[in-house]
Structure formats: C-alpha cells, structure tokens
Design a protein around this ligand. Sequence first.
Ligand SMILES: Nc1ncnc2c1ncn2[C@@H]1O[C@H](COP(=O)(O)OP(=O)(O)O)[C@@H](O)[C@H]1O
Ligand SMILES: [Mg+2]
Length: 256
Amino acid sequence: MSSKQARLLRSNYSMRLLVNRSPQEEQGTALRATRLSKDFKQADGSTTLVLDEATLEVCPGELVGLVGESGSGKTTLLNILGCIDSVSRGELEIGGVCVGNASSSRRRIIRRDRVGIVHQSFALLPTLTASENVMIPLHLQGKPRLEASLRVQSVLEQVDMLEKADMFPRHLSGGQLQRVAIARSIVHSPMVVLADEPTGNLDSRNSVAIMKLLRAIAETGCAIVCATHDQEVVSRCDRVLQTKTGASRATRFALG
Ligand SMILES: Nc1ncnc2c1ncn2[C@@H]1O[C@H](COP(=O)(O)OP(=O)(O)O)[C@@H](O)[C@H]1O
Ligand SMILES: [Mg+2]
C-alpha cells in the first residue's frame, strides 16, 4: 500500500470511529451516576463509607473537573465510573448502558469498549514501545492488525507523538509519556475518558499542553472527567464537581 493510500484509509477509519455512535448515544448523557455509595471492608471486618450517594451527569463533549482534598474519594469515584471497581449501592449508566450491579466480566467489557483511563503516573508498560502501548486497547478488542496499526498511527499523530512511536517509555519525558497515555486512552474511541490528576507530575507548560489536548478530545464528542488539584486545570474545565464531606465523613460531590 502506498503512503497516500494508507493516509486515506487512516483518515476514513478515524472519521468512521468518530461517527460510529448512534444518534441516541451522541445526544444523550454519556455518564450518569445516581446516588453512588462505596464502602470498603477493613481488615478488622468493619466497613468504611468513602462515597456517600454521589450523583453526577456528564454529557458528550463536556470536560468536567473533580476537585477535593486528598483522601476525599476522587480516585475511588473514578475507579467506579471506569468500571474498575464495583459500587456498593446506587446506579451507574455509561452511554445508556446500565453498569450498576454488573458482574466483573460484564464491567470489563463495558470498560474495554466505552471507557478510556489516564493515570497521574502514566502507567505505560516499560517493555513496550509507545505505539505498542497505544495498541493495547485495540488488541483487547481483537481488532485486525492493519486496521489497529493505522488507528494507532492516527492517534499518535493527533497527540503529536508519531515521531516517537518506536521509543520506549524510559526515553520519553513526562509530557511525552502523558501524551502517549492519552493516545492509549482514546485509541478505541471511548464515550468517556477518566483522567486521574493527569497534570500531577508535569510542569505548567506541559500541563497547559495536556489540557489543550483533553479539550480537543472533548470536542470530538467524548465526555471527560478529570480529577485535579491544579487551578490551571480547573480554569479550563466546563464545570467543576467539588467534594463535600458530610457528618459521616464520607464524600458527596456537589455541582460547583
Ligand atoms: N481498596 C481500598 N480499601 C480500603 N480503603 C480504601 C481503598 N481504596 C481507597 N480507600 C480509602 O478511601 C479513601 C479515599 O481514597 P481516594 O479515593 O484514593 O482519595 P483521593 O483520590 O481523593 O485522594 C481513603 O481514605 C482511602 O484510604
Ligand atoms: Mg486520588
């Protein structure tokens, strides 16, 4: 295949990924959590309530901040929204699909197809190159090899990391690592991207660049929830959910 043909196929493929969603998915709520509670069992058999009836809705294209002091439950909430962890009580819908009491294998499929996750510490596999790391979600979906590698190239181009595609994480800077991690989070065109303090390990120049990238991703119709302490990040969100610690010491999230 000539490079021109490959470019054309790549751009057709990215367009198809962007318009692949049903009108209902595009117009509806991307993420709806209703009265989500989470308690953790402690070693002594007691339970600690961490989230107390957290309720939130995020629409396609929205970039929402999640702000609160350390230990207030931001990561716990993101893990539940991302189907990594189960809820103790409450309802959760991702793109109209009910996650609430889903089994762990059902949650794994919902996460694989509908959610992208960006970690503060990048969480790239050190023995894989940048492009191999970005390939992982497509590999999990069983996408054909050529289609997957064209999509990886397209996304690496989008985050301006195509030139470093064959480099290993140890040779990349913090900002570059986070770009690759973001590429991995969007390569399978998720409806929702959950970013846990994505600028926590970056200087301010790189933080601004990462937020511009997240904004560009939101503009493609993806809903983004971003836990942060960073005022620069907060100022770039459409709205902010602030933790509210009640008498029970558990956290609720209130619209800011
Ligand atoms: N798997 C777990 N088992 C028990 N307690 C947990 C677990 N995960 C988190 N916690 C507790 O939940 C609280 C909220 O933690 P976390 O969600 O990491 O807060 P944040 O991200 O806002 O700093 C903390 O008190 C933490 O110790
Ligand atoms: Mg956290």
